[in-house]
Design a protein around this ligand. Structure first.
Ligand SMILES: [Zn+2]
Length: 102
């Protein structure tokens, strides 16, 4: 597996993963849920990362770049009414349980 993206938030990492899967690229999110040890670990080591098979790395990096370039990132977040997780304003569905924001 090869790391192709380091996200600022778990929501962003999952967004990338979902988009990659829409392109038939299987992606894995690493370092999620490690914030409990944040006090002992440098912050750069606990940011969520998106990993893909080396075979898909080039294409995945390109897709991630396009997502970053094309989307207006809004800082505003919303709380999923189904599972209570925070999602960023740019997402129409919850990254965690795929419930629509409405
Ligand atoms: Zn949810």
């Amino acid at each position: 597996m090869k790391r192709i993206y380091t996200a600022d938030s778990i929501a962003m990492a999952w967004h990338m993963r979902n988009v990659l899967e829409q392109h038939d690229i299987y992606a894995q999110v690493k370092n999620e849920g490690l914030s409990s040890i944040a006090g002992e670990t440098p912050i750069t080591e606990i940011l969520p990362e998106v990993w893909v098979k080396p075979l898909y790395a080039k294409r995945a990096e390109q897709i991630v770049k396009e997502i970053i370039n094309s989307e207006e990132l809004e800082n505003e977040s919303w709380i999923c009414k189904s599972c209570g997780e925070d999602s960023l304003g740019i997402f129409d569905i919850c990254w965690n349980c795929q419930t629509a924001d409405n």
